[in-house]
Design a protein around this ligand. Sequence first.
Ligand SMILES: [Cu+2]
Length: 157
Amino acid sequence: MRALLFAVAMAVTPLAFAHGEESKAVDYSKAEEMPFGRAADPKKAKRTVRVQMTDEMRFHPAELTVRRGEIVRFVPVNKGQVLHEMVLGTMDELRAHAELMRKHPGMEHDEPYMAHVAPGKSGEIGWQFTKPGEFFYGCLIPGHFEAGMVGKVKVTP
Ligand SMILES: [Cu+2]
């Protein structure tokens, strides 16, 4: 089962990033282009966006606007008492991913477009928005996304 889930996760993104400290050693020039952009070195970001996560199942801010091509360093900060996640994606991908998480609550995986943040801690995601449009960030802990824990990123052309 574990191998199957891993295969599913890999099918979503062939480029898997390692956990923890090792993620800092990622070669961003090889980052795969996703429908909502690509992983980018957070050190190259001109803008840092702190996103608070709360047990009221909300992100603050819940909406932001970036320019196409802009690299954003997201710093999700967990203000609650339970684990939260920040996962970037299209609404379709987040919905499908949330469904997968409901079926397999113990599923563990890590990708450059997500951060798992323990209570009182913060995480980091470096992301370049390469396509204009509306994209989202959600918490895919079972029940959280469904309760409205989702935010929107508008990318202007
Ligand atoms: Cu959450």
